[in-house]
Design a protein around this ligand. Structure first.
Ligand code: ASP
Ligand code: MG
Length: 419
């Protein structure tokens, strides 16, 4: 069996959903589990709704209406009114959501975020599943929350692999053998039965979790681009598609900011050597990119990845003690405690410099704590450029007219933090 994933852009309107049906119709011989994201920019709309709910602002009602209107427009274009089940389902879901929004918030922001934002995936899969059934592509809608078990980290759920594996093997696997399954990306559930999301753009990761637990033959991520590019075509006119990537290279690219695949997606696939295809839903017969084993040969292509919104933090001891010997473990503990991931680090005898994703609240808290024992300097609005298979001329070319605040290189890759 195979796992397919369709992201928000592939179901952004009625025409797009029809195209998904077209893509799926050419796989009628396959056993498929299809993971689908929220439609278009729904998750952003829902984020606004959560904000207005939590802060009790006037825009709550209009945000809700916008969301409803957006989905009704699509469903009206896709389904005849006689398909009353689908209409009832959607109607009921909106009533449910409205009830949620009427109650006063009684928990953390992140908790309520997950309970509300997860509706995007539910709406979308309900609509697509009903449309496919109507179009003769018989499928069964399943709630991913019944399978993806997480801890209580709202908005960044950590997967409980053994429980998830058990549920998928026991209940989902026999169903996929018989019928195409349509399910959601991005959402899971904790032991208290509350929804927990896996982090923005987490649907790729969901696809990979399902594939791992189902021992899938492959995962295909259907995108509005031709495959994985070696650079962002908006910034590099000479960007080209990469046809083959090793798992490690793909992990590195995602980690350092290539947005085409969610960073957590690759590891589970690597563990079972399940190949990942990134393909265009507009040109499904085109080759796309394959991530898998024995792709090392093709890793020679150079890649240029910018990660924006970076912060550089320099930490020095107040008493001129050597930072490396005495202080590093306590510094690392503070990063871990504040949930801040280090992208690049560099140390000298008396200072330690790191580049991290800038999150105002988390980073300020970290700096406050560091300042209790260290001298701390920081810079924001920076970019991290990671070049693999670089040439020396690249520095001149890509850092031209920019200030390089940190430079690090090894045999294969070069990283620059640029102001
Ligand atoms: N709908 C979610 C988001 O936009 C998850 C996803 O699309 O992967 O972040
Ligand atoms: Mg999305």
């Amino acid at each position: 069996m195979k796992v397919f994933k369709f992201g928000g852009a592939s179901v952004k309107d009625a025409e797009a959903v029809k195209n998904v049906a077209k893509v799926l119709s050419s796989f009628s011989d396959e056993k498929l589990l299809v993971v689908i994201s929220a439609m278009g920019k729904t998750t952003n709309m829902l984020e606004k709704l959560v904000d207005s709910y939590f802060k009790s602002t006037d825009s709550k009602q209009s945000n809700f209406e916008d969301l409803k209107e957006f989905h009704y427009k699509i469903i009206n274009q896709l389904l005849p009114q006689t398909q009353s089940n689908a209409f009832d389902d959607i109607e009921n879901l909106f009533i449910e959501l409205e009830c949620l929004l009427e109650a006063e918030p009684d928990n953390t922001y992140d908790y309520h975020y997950d309970q509300i934002v997860s509706y995007g995936e539910i709406f979308s899969t309900k609509i697509v599943s009903a449309f496919l059934n109507e179009a003769g592509i018989k499928n069964r809608w399943m709630d991913a929350q019944n399978f993806i078990s997480t801890d209580n980290t709202y908005r960044e759920g950590k997967v409980n692999w053994s429980l998830t594996n058990e549920k998928i093997a026991k209940t989902l696997s026999p169903i996929v053998q018989k019928k195409m399954v349509i399910t959601q990306g991005f959402i899971g559930r904790n032991s208290a039965n509350s929804t927990v999301t896996l982090g923005r753009e987490g649907s790729d990761y969901s696809a990979s979790i399902f594939a791992y637990c189902l021992d899938a033959q492959s995962v295909t991520i259907w995108k509005d681009v031709a495959g994985v590019m070696n650079a962002d075509p908006k910034r590099f006119a000479e960007a080209v598609k990469i046809t083959g990537l090793s798992y490690n290279r793909a992990i590195e690219m995602a980690f350092y900011g290539a947005t085409v695949i969610h960073p957590k997606t690759i590891q589970p696939l690597l563990n079972k050597e399940i190949p990942l295809y990134v393909k265009s839903f507009l040109n499904p017969n085109d080759e796309g990119t394959t991530v898998g084993v024995s792709k090392e040969e093709e890793d020679k292509v150079s890649t240029y990845i910018f990660k924006q919104n970076q912060m550089l933090i320099s930490i020095a001891s107040k008493d001129f003690s050597f930072i490396v010997e005495e202080n590093l473990s306590s510094i690392f503990l503070l990063f871990a405690k504040n949930g801040i991931k280090i992208n690049v680090m560099q140390n000298s005898a008396i200072s330690f410099t790191v580049c991290v994703d800038y999150n105002e609240i988390k980073c300020n808290l970290l700096i406050q704590e560091l300042e209790e024992n260290y001298k701390v300097k920081s810079n924001i609005n920076l970019e991290l450029l990671t070049i693999s298979n670089y040439e020396n001329a690249d520095i001149k070319k890509y850092a031209e007219n920019r200030k390089i605040l940190l430079e690090q290189r090894n045999r294969r890759s070069l990283q620059l933090v640029l102001a």
